[in-house]
Design a protein around this ligand. Structure first.
Ligand code: MBD
Ligand code: FE
Length: 292
């Protein structure tokens, strides 16, 4: 199945739906990651330990709160719906991944990371060290110019390092996961030279609301939670001989910086935007990669 099988680019049926976004996120995961996960030979004792502890944590919750058959069947129906909507990638990345990231990156001394989420796509267009990400004519949103350097922990610029950027548009939608957006819109790969410097032109992303019409949205509504992530830029930064870094960057003042549904904001990941006289916004933010 092709990644964009469910995505139409015609305006007529360009209504974003949870099921279409979920189908694309699920297809993306199968293509990029599940082959590696399946090949990994986790020892039987570890599978048994982790599965048993998770199952026992559920048993404890049932006993502590005297869970009823109605509630058990509601859970069953909901889990079936998550699968039918293709929302397991969304559910896991929103409510679970941040703790995996915390554990995985605990001993880094370079830049802080954050979760990848469900909307990365490898192979975004190469734009050199200084360029604009692909945009539509009249792409809505405030122009953003972002400069920085990529260095090692001892301060050396990392010649040949790459920065992959992906982000939501001014309506909070990601290309390849919502309909009607060109394939590589607001996605690009930047490669730095000997000075380690990059300069990116893009637009300021809008706050992002996870789809409300699917199973994850149903949980949010039933629990009285909200569906928002603060506006963010996603990056993957890589260099030979170094640990790749996946991170997100945020904007001060966003109403959801303190209650991100995905719990993926850290103070170190806050940008300091400087409005320019011409109406654009400039930010300086660079990355320090740990040795591999
Ligand atoms: C996103 O845009 C995102 O970044 C995460 C982590 C989860 C859902 C949507
Ligand atoms: Fe995102």
């Amino acid at each position: 199945m092709s990644i964009t099988a469910d995505i139409s680019t015609s305006a007529a049926d360009a209504t974003p739906t949870a099921a279409a976004s979920g189908a694309n996120a699920t297809a993306r995961f199968h293509t990029d990651k599940s082959p590696y996960a399946a090949a990994r030979d986790t020892p039987q004792e570890r599978v048994s330990l982790l599965a048993r502890e998770v199952i026992e944590a559920v048993h404890d919750t049932i006993r502590r709160h005297q869970v009823t058959y109605d509630e058990y069947n509601a859970l069953k129906a909901w889990m079936i719906q998550v699968g039918e909507d293709g929302e397991w990638p969304l559910f896991l990345d929103v409510w679970i991944e941040h703790v995996v990231e915390q554990v995985a990156n605990a001993s880094r001394v370079g830049s802080k990371g954050s979760i990848e989420g469900p909307y990365y796509a490898p192979g975004a267009p190469e734009l050199g060290a200084d360029g604009a990400v692909p945009m539509r004519d009249e792409e809505p949103g405030t122009q953003l110019v972002w400069q920085g350097t990529i260095t090692s922990v001892d301060g050396q610029p990392l010649d040949g390092a790459t920065l992959e950027l992906w982000q939501a548009d001014d309506n909070g939608y990601y290309s390849q996961f919502a309909p009607g957006i060109p394939q590589w819109n607001l996605r690009g790969t930047f490669t730095v030279g000997a000075d380690g410097a990059f300069r990116i032109r893009t637009i300021r992303p809008a706050p992002y609301q996870i789809p409300t019409d699917g199973a994850c949205g149903k949980l949010i509504a039933a629990a009285g939670w909200h569906a928002w992530r603060p506006a963010h830029l996603h990056v993957k930064v890589s260099a030979p001989g170094h640990l790749p870094l996946t991170a997100q960057l945020y904007f001060p003042g966003d109403p959801h910086n303190d209650d991100d549904i995905a719990a993926a904001v850290k103070p170190e990941l806050m940008l300091e935007p400087v409005p320019q006289p011409d109406g654009t916004v400039q930010v300086d933010y660079g990355f320090v990669l740990d040795p591999a």
